[in-house]
Write a protein that binds this ligand. Structure first.
Ligand code: GZL
Length: 307
């Protein structure tokens, strides 16, 4: 393992003055959620007195792997990252393990069999988010003959995309709700707009859009309005995240229901990092608190919304 410097009080980890250095490999800047998540991490590091080395991978796995390798070279005290997709991490995480540098997963998970490759995973339960979205639609569709859903999926292979689909399908099982088309919009507004334009050309009987994040849902609104239909009325929209722009569209009646995915993980991340560097035990899985919002609830909370 690494020769972690020991401060005068015998505390392990951190530079010779005890300052902890964290390398953070972020997914990118693809959505309002991601921007809020980055801000939370940077502000929390500042507040916690942790020196942050931050990289933006523009949603490319090879850039995240390069960043992690560079953090290993720089001998940071702890590495944290949000894996853009679930697979392909074992090699580089083994390198971190051999270098004696602990790794924290934030936001998204990996599917590795080897749980020793990371100390903890701090993030949402995406399957539960998908269930909440599906359950709302089931209640909303009581008495309807048939409900046809098109699905705007997040980045292919990403934990939130895989799990939000799984949870939604589980919730609508055995009901009159049917997903007639699914396609990735890569979590971006432009991606959501392009896919929705294609869906509208291919299907003239769409009742609902289930979008894995607000940004793609906002893109879908543009496409629906361009097609002369009323989003939120002719075609209902359900999204996930609850960032400001999504909540405004919800308050305006263009989105019908939003499942919150809390991006403000910064403070919890820095506390976990301090414990890990100090050699303390931490839980393998740390969940974040999050809610759901209807139109009335959005109007209430919008003024105080941090993101
Ligand atoms: C979810 C996060 C997702 C958001 C998207 O925790 O990974 O990535 O839902 C973001 O907005 O792009």
């Amino acid at each position: 393992g690494a020769l972690t410097a020991c401060g005068s009080d015998g505390s392990s980890g951190g530079g010779d003055d005890g300052t902890i250095t964290m390398g953070f490999a972020q997914v990118g800047a693809e959505s309002g959620w991601r921007t809020a998540n980055t801000k939370s991490i940077q502000e929390a590091a500042e507040k916690a007195g942790i020196e942050l080395k931050f990289s933006d991978a523009q949603q490319k796995q090879e850039n995240q792997i390069k960043a992690i390798r560079s953090f290993i070279q720089q001998r940071v005290d702890v590495i944290a990252f949000s894996p853009v997709v679930e697979t392909g991490w074992d090699t580089v995480l083994l390198e971190a393990k051999r270098a004696g540098i602990p790794v924290i997963l934030t936001d998204r998970a990996i599917d590795s069999e080897d749980e020793s490759l990371y100390e903890t995973f701090l993030g949402s339960d995406f399957i539960e988010e998908g269930r909440k979205a599906g359950q709302w639609l089931v209640e909303e569709s009581e008495g309807e003959s048939e409900v046809r859903v098109v699905e705007l999926e997040g980045t292919t292979g990403a934990a939130p995309a895989i799990d939000r689909h799984t949870g939604f399908v589980e919730a609508i099982e055995g009901t009159n709700i049917e997903i007639i088309a699914s396609q990735t919009g890569d979590f971006t507004r432009s991606g959501g707009k392009q896919v929705m334009e294609a869906f509208l050309k291919a299907h003239d009987d769409i009742d609902v859009v289930y979008s894995h994040n607000d940004d793609m849902g906002l893109g879908a609104i543009e496409a629906i309005e361009a097609a002369g239909k009323k989003p939120g009325e002719d075609i209902k929209i359900i999204t996930v995240d609850a960032v400001r722009d999504g909540m405004q569209a919800l308050a305006d009646g263009k989105i019908n229901f939003i499942v919150e995915c809390n991006p403000l993980l910064g403070d919890q991340l820095m506390e976990l990092a301090k414990k890990i560097v100090a050699g303390e035990e931490v839980p393998k899985r740390v969940l974040v608190e999050e809610d759901t919002f209807t139109r009335e609830e959005a109007a209430e909370v919008l003024p105080d919304r941090q993101y």
